[in-house]
Ligand binder design. Structure first.
Ligand SMILES: Cc1ncc(C[n+]2csc(CCOP(=O)(O)OP(=O)(O)O)c2C)c(N)n1
Ligand SMILES: [Mg+2]
Length: 326
């Protein structure tokens, strides 16, 4: 089990992700978010359990459901919110939006809206680490749906044969849009696929941040020691629909209720109180502070200016000098 300061940091991050997503949902309702959004609420234990094992110079590769990954890796909440609102102060100057946030300073190599596309990118990052001879690792988040893409096979196979320092993290939330996993997969555990690549594959309770933390800790040690990649499947559930407009009517009510009882944020709080890491009052204070942090991120983002139309093509193409010097 991590030490007290680390546990509190992990709980704080989970709270920040939850409140952040609630705010994004609210702002979307006020027509302040261009495009669509995919919320991470309910899956906080995965991002935090994984990223709490990573150093700042380690890499992550994210998905269309990526706000939680960014926050867990240490992204600035104000710049993240500003990007989602299309503001000039956002990570990509407001030109990327929710699904294209990147911050190389914290090792966040980028989100992608193309399902499964991050998997070979992670293997590429792993190859870069190996060629440069550093002890960094790359963690790649993707969904159960993505694990049915060809990129999953190609990316993991390559990482396995070259023993690349990559942790493949499947966020199995049982659905790819409205399609239930059992309709499109003849196996129950995505982790079983690891056998095909000769690498370890584990299925863990993705709503238990400590279970995710322990599994990732072993995978990170393995990767840093040059022993190659690991596939970790985290069984979890998104509390909202696939995207903002999806009421998720295809999910049985009893199933939703069962998973809401396994809320990862509440479960972690209960655990911290039970084992005397926190008192109820201290937990309440952390919750208030996380809300305030998110409120100031919203204030920063909403008060920030939009980019000007004439800036539209800036940062889109490489400058001539740098393009020819390559
Ligand atoms: C290559 C590709 N195919 C289809 C889509 C449309 N699409 C967007 S999200 C999604 C479902 C992804 O499911 P999963 O990988 O389980 O991630 P989750 O949304 O459950 O987190 C699909 C099919 C896409 N963006 N990219
Ligand atoms: Mg899914």
């Amino acid at each position: 089990m991590p030490e007290k300061t680390k546990l509190i940091e992990m709980y704080t991050r989970m709270l920040q992700i939850r409140y952040f997503e609630e705010k994004v949902f609210e702002l979307y309702g006020q027509n302040l978010v261009p495009g669509t959004i995919h919320l991470y609420a309910g899956e906080e234990a995965v991002a935090v359990g994984v990223c709490s094992n990573l150093r700042r110079d380690d890499y992550i590769i994210s998905t269309h459901r990526g706000h939680g990954h960014c926050i867990a890796k240490g992204a600035d909440l104000g710049k993240t919110m500003a990007e989602i609102l299309g503001k000039k102060t956002g990570y990509c100057k407001g030109k990327g939006g929710s699904m294209h946030i990147a911050d190389f300073n914290i090792g966040m190599l980028g989100a992608t809206a193309v399902v499964g596309a991050g998997i070979p990118i992670a293997s590429g990052a792993g190859l870069s680490i190996k060629l440069r001879g550093t002890d960094q690792v790359a963690a790649c988040f993707f969904g159960d749906g993505a694990s049915n893409q060809g990129t999953f096979h190609e990316g993991i196979n390559m990482a396995a044969i070259w023993k690349l320092p990559v942790i493949f993290v499947c966020e199995n939330n049982l659905y790819a849009m409205g399609t239930r996993q059992s309709i499109v997969m003849a196996i129950e555990n995505v982790a079983d696929r690891a056998a095909a690549y000769g690498i370890p594959g584990l299925s863990v309770d993705g709503n238990d941040v400590l279970a995710v933390y322990e599994a990732t800790s072993a995978a990170v040690n393995r990767a840093r020691n040059g022993e190659g990649p690991t596939l970790i499947e985290c069984k979890t559930y998104r509390q909202k629909g696939h995207s903002r407009f999806d009421p998720a009517a295809y999910r049985p009510k009893a199933e939703v209720e069962e998973w809401l009882k396994k809320d990862p944020v509440i479960r972690f709080k209960n655990k911290l109180v039970e084992n005397s890491t926190l008192t109820e009052q201290e937990a309440e204070k952390l919750s208030r502070e996380a809300k305030e942090t998110v409120e100031s991120a919203v204030k920063f983002a909403t008060e920030s200016p939009f980019p000007q139309p004439e800036e539209a093509l800036e940062d889109v193409y490489a400058k001539k000098e740098s393009a020819t010097s390559k």
